[in-house]
Design a protein around this ligand. Structure first.
Ligand SMILES: C[S@@+](CC[C@H](N)C(=O)[O-])C[C@H]1O[C@@H](n2cnc3c(N)ncnc32)[C@H](O)[C@@H]1O
Length: 348
């Protein structure tokens, strides 16, 4: 018997009790995926099926227990475990746990289980007192805790790179920079997003702006793509000031990290800095729009548990932007879960 024929995620043929049990057991599946990702099992299988004892030896695991993990993750379509042959291969989702495929989310698997998993045990309290679960668990706001350790920052930046590659590209491709001369990427991390835009717009100049200890990753990304002469970097705090005078600003996956008051302060700094009539492009989810509403609602929970942020509806975006001197000009829906929220600076 092979596990390949095992049905995947809950379907309408399941009873409600089975469907809810499956959801309740999600924490175990998350940890099983983490173990597989951390051990590099998917990478061991890139060249095809292998005997389970061989994979066990390569990853230092006990074969009897590894077999059970693989059987479970085969039901989830990650691996294909053949009980008769005692072999395992990548399943339909398996390549996403490899380290360096285009759709890799391996670094997210590592980060979520190493930083997000434990705080979520405090979600009960968050729903009662509004304090983010991570703040209670870590004793301080998540970004403060993150910034204390260079390895944590590196892990978070690579996980964001994974997340962004997996769900952001459709939105970046939908941004029309037309005749924009200078684009500032607010919270641009290692510069991957602006690099993708600069490759598409050969005359575009740009600046990656992020916290000083984060933006240090950007020069290498930009140099590797031959963009160091067009894109520079700047370190600072977007609550204090952002680079001046550009005709367009990008904030990709930034404002959802912050509550409305904080987001307004960031937007006000952009408004102060931006050239007259400058355009603002926000790459964000818009609740109720897009083909993957479950990603937007899942991220909304992430924002509730880890930060004091939230996903927003179109009307939320309109009001937030208006409060900081920007007019919403449109929402561009894409094939992916992210939208582009387009706005223009209203000059006072
Ligand atoms: C969710 S990540 C988004 C990264 C990037 N825009 C992307 O699409 O890959 C949020 C970014 O905001 C940055 N950030 C957080 N607080 C900041 C602050 N006060 N000033 C500037 N950047 C900040 C973080 O360092 C991180 O790179």
């Amino acid at each position: 018997m092979t596990a390949t024929s095992a049905p995947g995620p809950a379907t309408t043929t399941r009873t409600p009790a089975v469907a809810i049990l499956r959801l309740l057991g999600g924490f175990q599946i998350s940890q099983a995926l983490y173990v597989a990702a951390r051990a590099g099992i998917a990478d061991e299988l890139r060249d095809g099926a292998r005997q389970v004892p061989e994979v066990a030896e390569a990853t230092g695991m006990r074969p009897d227990l590894l077999r059970r993990l693989l059987r479970t993750l085969s039901v989830e379509q990650v691996f294909t475990y053949d009980e008769d042959q005692d072999t395992v291969a990548l399943g339909p989702l398996g390549h996403t746990l490899c380290g360096d495929t285009d759709e890799s989310v391996r670094d997210i698997a590592l980060m979520w289980m190493e930083t997000h998993y434990r705080p979520f045990a405090q979600l009960w309290s968050t729903l009662h007192d509004g304090v983010p679960a991570a703040e209670r668990e870590l004793g301080k706001p998540f970004f403060d805790w993150l910034g204390e350790d260079a390895d944590r920052v590196a892990g978070f930046t690579s996980a964001m790179g994974n997340m962004m590659r997996a769900i952001r590209q459709d939105a970046l491709d939908a941004i029309d920079l037309g005749d924009v001369e200078h684009l500032v990427d607010i919270g641009g991390a290692d510069g991957t997003a602006i690099a993708s835009l600069a490759r598409r717009h050969p005359r575009l100049r740009g600046t990656v702006f992020d916290l000083p200890h984060v933006v240090t990753a950007a020069p290498a990304t930009l140099a590797a793509q031959g963009l160091a002469d067009r894109i520079d970097t700047s370190g600072g705090d977007f609550f204090q000031a952002v680079p001046q005078g550009a005709d367009a600003y990008l904030a990709c996956f930034i404002l959802h990290d912050w509550n409305d008051k904080q987001s307004t302060r960031i937007l006000e700094r952009v408004h102060e800095a931006a050239a007259p009539g400058a355009r603002l492009h926000l790459v964000e989810t818009v609740l109720g729009k897009g083909p993957a509403p479950e990603i937007a609602t899942m991220l909304d929970l992430t924002m509730m548990g880890m930060l004091d942020g939230r996903e927003r509806t179109q009307e939320d975006w309109r009001a937030l932007l208006a409060g900081a001197g920007f007019r919403l000009t449109g929402i561009v829906e894409t094939a992916g879960p992210m939208c582009v929220v387009e706005a223009v600076k209203v000059d006072s």
